[in-house]
Design a protein around this ligand. Structure first.
Ligand code: GLU
Length: 455
């Protein structure tokens, strides 16, 4: 894969050689290569200012995970048939704190996908200003259509191997696609049994009765909308009265809809992998939650039950005209064609609720059209930041109110916004949140790595 912005920038030789080194060593991992490229593309000026980064091979070290675990996950379905899945945990970088990042259960998961997510997580976590390193894990297990008992057995088998690698000061997983409150419960239960320790700080996203934090469920979606609001404020606008389209209908999407509605926006569409729904009056959030969280049904059911809503099978949710677009489903879901449609329809802001949902070509289209663009590392960091709030409450054996947790989240999102803005300005690209996020996250990890010696 060539550098995406070859024509725009001359790359520092250290950047070029680190990228080539990584690409050679990880030839069959396109998502990982893409994630690395998206960061490295913006780092040349930082390497020019800090020759010690290249001397100490900080980029090469960053691209090589500290540890990669791959393991067998055998389990039995309700019919008694045996299945074998593959489990992963990539412990990418712990210079700033214990490895922190979610677990994804989805058939698309492979080592390259987990590495892309783990790599992104390093910079995202650094941007929060908190002491967490980057890691990610998961399995190619497909939870769709599986019974509760099957999910429970799978989670127990998965944790039977993973538990020996975890610890509140070592590695602290959480949820991601396919891993929500139910799965976290089964995972924590099995950890507790095997470790013979009630160690709340070993996993986040726990239930409120047993060490969870208020607002953790809502945090990623709320955070991405709060980030969007801050970007809009900077140019004298607000979410109030805007028409919003969200992609996906999982945890991030649902709570993005909720927060956008709180702030006065009308959210007119959301989607799943089969199609999208359009509801010009504004999505009925209670109905959406009932269908997705309680019944675990497809989004098409929404249109069957809501007068005036329509379902479009297949197609692109980005065809629905909007002022603000919040890609909140999965990687590479918004391509250059979709970005052009958004621009043509007058979009003013795009913020990534998911990890790397916008292709590099689409980012380029949006950047050139001067659309406000919040990259996932910054915009969706509210989830992991609230995981740290959960760890703080666990350490103090306390539990905060919803208002308190939400105000901490809002402050964190505002700080992340300001860190990106400040770094972008410092590097001569005011308003470029992609560059700002990459540079600010990188500087924090790189200086910790330098300080801690060659490890
Ligand atoms: N999976 C989420 C993310 O992508 C949350 C991770 C966490 O809370 O540790 O950041």
């Amino acid at each position: 894969m060539p550098f995406s912005s070859e024509a725009r920038r001359d790359h520092h030789p250290g950047v070029r050689s680190a990228y080539e080194h990584m690409a050679r060593r990880n030839p069959d991992e396109p998502e990982f290569q893409q994630a690395v490229l998206e960061v490295l593309d913006d780092l040349s000026p930082a390497l020019t200012r800090h020759p010690e980064y290249a001397e100490q091979r900080i980029l090469e070290r960053l691209c090589e995970p500290e540890r990669q675990l791959m393991f067998r996950v055998p389990w039995r379905d309700d019919q008694g048939q045996v299945h074998i899945n593959r489990g992963f945990r990539v412990e990418f970088n712990s210079a700033l704190g214990p490895y922190k990042g979610g677990l994804r259960f989805h058939p698309s998961v492979d080592l390259g996908v987990i590495k892309f997510l783990g790599f992104e997580q390093i910079f995202k976590n650094a941007l929060t200003g908190m002491n967490i390193g980057g890691g990610k894990g998961g399995s190619d297990f497909d939870p769709k259509g599986r019974s509760d008992a099957e999910i429970e057995r799978f989670c127990q088998s998965f944790m039977t191997e993973l538990h020996r690698h975890l610890g509140e000061h070592t590695d602290v997983p959480a949820g991601d696609i396919g891993v929500g409150a139910r799965e976290i419960g089964y995972l924590f239960g099995q950890y507790r049994r095997l470790a013979n320790r009630w160690e709340a700080g070993v996993i986040t996203g726990k239930g409120l009765e047993w060490g969870g934090s208020r607002v953790r469920t809502e945090a990623t979606g709320y955070g991405s909308v709060l980030f969007t609001q801050r970007m809009l404020e900077r140019v004298g606008k607000a979410l109030d009265g805007q028409r919003v389209v969200v992609s996906g209908s999982g945890n991030v999407a649902i709570y993005s809809v909720e927060k956008a509605q709180h702030l006065g926006a009308t959210v007119v569409a959301c989607s799943d992998s089969a199609g999208y729904v359009v509801d010009d009056k504004g999505l009925d959030l209670d109905l959406l939650k009932q269908i997705k969280e309680v019944e675990r049904e497809r989004i098409s059911v929404y249109a069957e039950r809501r007068v005036g809503a329509r379902y479009v099978e297949g197609g692109s949710v980005w065809d629905v005209p909007c002022d603000v677009a919040l890609p909140s489903a999965t990687q590479n879901e918004l391509d250059a064609d979709a970005a052009r449609v958004l621009v043509r329809n007058g979009v003013i802001a795009v913020a990534e609720g998911a990890n790397m949902p916008t292709t590099p070509e689409a980012v380029q289209v949006l950047r050139e059209a001067k659309v406000l663009f919040g990259p996932g590392k910054a915009a969706n960091a509210g989830g992991v930041a609230t995981s740290v709030l959960e760890m703080r409450q666990n350490a103090r054996r306390t539990s905060w109110s919803f208002q308190h947790a939400e105000s901490e989240l809002a402050e964190t999102m505002s700080d992340i916004h300001d860190r990106c803005e400040e770094a972008a300005e410092r590097y001569g690209a005011p308003g470029d949140y992609v560059l700002g996020a990459n540079v600010a996250g990188f500087e924090r990890v790189a200086s910790a790595m330098l300080a801690q010696g060659l490890i």
